[in-house]
Design a protein around this ligand. Structure first.
Ligand code: 5RP
Length: 232
């Protein structure tokens, strides 16, 4: 009983940190623009905050069916990316992020659409609680979205790179594909590894966001919000 209470309190604290990072990002959103919106529990706070500032933005391009549903339910118009030329900003969370603003993403399985929207956006604002801040990427298993027929081949290739891939059980992405979560990869050079994994036939994309890193990070810890820029 005591253990359960302790764990609940920890989850609540982490959620409060996610919310405060999301609220900090809201202050940097340009008025009347269409903005890119990511996926996950941190972004859900951001979407809820956007809804409270009704009319401040023209609408959103979303990185997942889940975020689209939440945006629409709160009265925010969701645009098809093909009909939008410019996105001044993209706001999303991360599973891990370094001082170079390199990230692992895709814990929620939305990595491919996230990478597409991030590629179009001028600025990538990452919002995260302090548990996501790491010295080196790779403790969090790297998600790789894979065309289903190539699953075994890609898994063998990932093992040659030193990883231990595990099929995400019972999960299909918004694009109809599967996810391999790759454990124990040695991610010395995230930019290089992102390219190598993305070249494997059958890989749609991997969850390394190093070639298109974040530009700004709002990191929430118990002392407050830190606004960090990339050390390049
Ligand atoms: C989803 C993602 C999320 O940004 C990442 O998993 C962080 O999620 P959360 O905000 O719930 O901790 O990449 O594909």
């Amino acid at each position: 009983m005591l253990l359960t209470l302790h764990r609940d309190r920890k989850i609540m604290n982490q959620d409060a940190l996610k919310k405060s990072a999301a609220e900090a990002a809201l202050k940097e959103i340009p008025e009347d623009a269409i903005i890119g919106v990511g996926t996950g529990s941190t972004v859900n706070h951001f979407i809820d905050g956007l809804a409270q500032m009704r009319g401040r933005i023209a609408g959103a391009v979303s990185s997942s069916e889940a975020s689209s549903k939440r945006l629409k339910a709160l009265g925010i118009e969701v645009f098809d990316l093909n009909n939008v030329n410019d996105l001044p900003v993209y706001v999303d969370g991360a599973d891990e992020i370094t001082r170079h603003m390199h990230m692992i993403k895709g814990g929620g399985g939305a990595l491919t659409r996230e990478k597409i929207v991030a590629a179009v956006a001028k600025r990538f604002i990452c919002i995260a609680d302090t548990s996501k801040w790491v010295g080196r990427l790779g403790n969090f298993p790297l998600p790789v979205e894979v065309i289903p027929m190539s699953r075994s081949y890609v898994a063998r290739e990932l093992m040659k790179l030193g990883g231990q891939p595990a099929l995400r059980s019972g999960f299909v992405t918004d694009n109809g594909n599967v996810i391999l979560d790759v454990h124990h990869l040695d991610i010395m050079n995230p930019v290089e590894l992102e390219g190598i994994i993305n070249q494997i036939a059958g890989v749609v994309t991997c969850g390394l966001f190093a070639r298109r890193a974040a530009d700004v990070l709002f990191l929430a810890d118990s002392s407050g919000i830190h606004r960090l820029l990339a050390e390049r």
